[in-house]
Design a protein around this ligand. Structure first.
Ligand code: MF3
Ligand code: CO
Length: 249
């Protein structure tokens, strides 16, 4: 069932989103060559707690960290490790979420580590832009597939692969609520969007094919062909007009 948030709930979702936006801004400044993915998680975890929030990814279905750190061909759900040192030219996707007064926020950014190739930069730019194209369709009265097909069409026009095994989702008092939100065109129009829905929209884009695999750790999702992958996500609120992006400053 897709939940509609009350004004009181929306106010709390806004607060949860704003705090997460701040956390992401600080994480972005922190990323540099020479630090480990473990350091990134430790920094993010500490920040979330400094705001008196709870990291919602930690222990979620057994996930062992607060920030998902996915480097290069890792798509999502990378596990931070002390011996995974970031190097110049890497791209790093950081997925973070938190709970504030019972309400969840969820957002992801992909950052360059030092100087990166123009090809990697383009992948990151297209992934981010696909989110903004997609949410232009995110208004009351439209249907879910209006978002999905817009993201899909934009991404695939560059020859990139849209990940199909993982999707966006509703969000609120739980991290994952209905509906599921694919980044690829569905064969149905999907849920009708209504004012007061809060959604996490999160295109995951591979430079090569859309196919992904899971590593032995049962979490880390990697591209099947070893190509680079980028991720961009925000929690948004559906209104009668433009959607409100809750996890941007
Ligand atoms: N942002 C991701 C999602 O939307 C991360 C959650 S997976 C976790 O599902 F296990 F790490 F929490
Ligand atoms: Co999410």
């Amino acid at each position: 069932m897709v939940s509609i948030k009350s004004e009181r709930e929306i106010a709390l979702m806004r607060d949860a989103g704003k705090i997460l936006a701040e956390v992401h801004a600080r994480l972005g400044e922190y990323v540099r060559p020479g630090i480990s993915t473990y350091d990134v998680n430790a920094f993010g975890d500490k920040l979330i707690r400094k705001y008196h929030c709870v990291p919602n990814f930690l222990h979620y279905n057994g996930y062992p960290a607060s920030i998902c750190v996915s480097v290069n061909d890792e798509v999502v759900h990378g596990i931070p490790h002390r011996n995974h040192i970031l190097k110049e030219g890497d791209i790093i996707s950081l997925d973070a979420g938190l709970i504030y007064k019972g309400y969840h926020s969820d957002a992801a950014r992909t950052h360059a580590v030092g100087k990166i190739s123009p090809e990697a930069q383009k992948l990151m730019d297209v992934t981010k832009e696909s989110f903004f194209r997609g949410i232009k369709m995110a208004k009351a009265g439209n249907h879910l597939n209006d978002i999905c097909k817009t993201i899909d069409g934009y991404v695939t026009s560059f020859g990139y692969g849209v990940v199909r095994d993982l999707v966006g989702h509703g969000i609120g008092t739980k991290l994952h609520e209905d509906p599921q939100i694919p980044n690829f065109t569905m064969r149905r129009r999907g849920t009708r969007l209504r004012k007061g829905m809060t959604l996490a929209i999160e295109p995951m884009v591979n430079m090569g094919g859309w196919e992904v695999e899971w590593l032995e750790d049962d979490w880390t999702v990697v591209t099947a062909d070893g190509s680079l992958s980028a991720h961009y996500e925000n929690t948004i609120l559906i209104t009668d007009g433009e959607p409100e992006i809750l996890t941007l400053l």
